[in-house]
Design a protein around this ligand. Sequence first.
Ligand code: CAA
Length: 260
Amino acid sequence: MPFNNLICAINDKAAVVTVNRPKALNALNKETLEELLACFAELAVNDDLTGVVLTGAGEKAFVAGADIAAMQHLDALAGREFGRLGQQVMRTIETFAKPVIAAVNGFALGGGCELAMACDIRIASETAKFGQPEVNLGVIPGFGGTQRLPRLVGTGMALELLLTGDMIDAHEACRIGLVNRVVANDHLLPHCLELIGKMARKGPIAIRLCKDAVRGGIELDCESGCRREADLFGLCFASNDQTEGMAAFLAKRQPTFTNN
Ligand code: CAA
């Protein structure tokens, strides 16, 4: 499907989804959010897909936030609806069955930081910058930032970022656990695609259930999460991939997974 504000390209079975509004530093307006939903719905039915890399067009920004011009005249009800739409996008990415990696190539502010946080893994370029500057605009984060940031970096650090609106660089983001690692700008996309490629060589059912165990379990107390993990662990043993994976190990050969 052609999009106005996104580019979706398949690169050796991995999708590279690029938010493409460089003149507005890839800010998320309603159309872009709706296109992200449509794009992920399309990718969800692509059985060959190994994962998704999400990035921003241009050298300057991943995504500089929700579109401030588009939000300027919203009333309370419309604001809530816009927040819910953004949250739906974040949840769709978070629960996507395949790994989603944010390749953060520049400013990841407000809704852009929230978009990165909805991804499974965040890799930042040397020039990436992160922040939740909503308080500068008289609002709070509306796409899940108040919930996901403390879960990733702890309440104290999250509240400092949320209440000051300060921007941090890629190395500080890495130090506090907001990103997994920092790579040179020109290695960003190749590195993310390499990671997806590495995961693609594992058992696909295990990859899906592992993400499900973490994503579904993180909201539960440890005991309930472990019960859920045991269910999903058990489910693995109903798959041919488990038979193949263990047989291959014991026969000292590489496994051939078939995703069933
Ligand atoms: N929405 C709409 N347009 C934006 C934008 C945004 N979030 N961020 C940047 N732009 C536009 C600018 O208005 C400017 O447009 P014009 O060329 O037409 O004037 C263009 O992108 C380039 O931006 P700047 O000239 O400001 O570039 P800069 O290098 O001087 O500054 C920046 C870069 C620090 C990222 C600055 O643009 C900035 O602070 N942007 C806003 C960041 C922000 O506040 N994000 C949070 C938005 S609220 C939110 O996201 C709520 C939520 O949780 C859902």
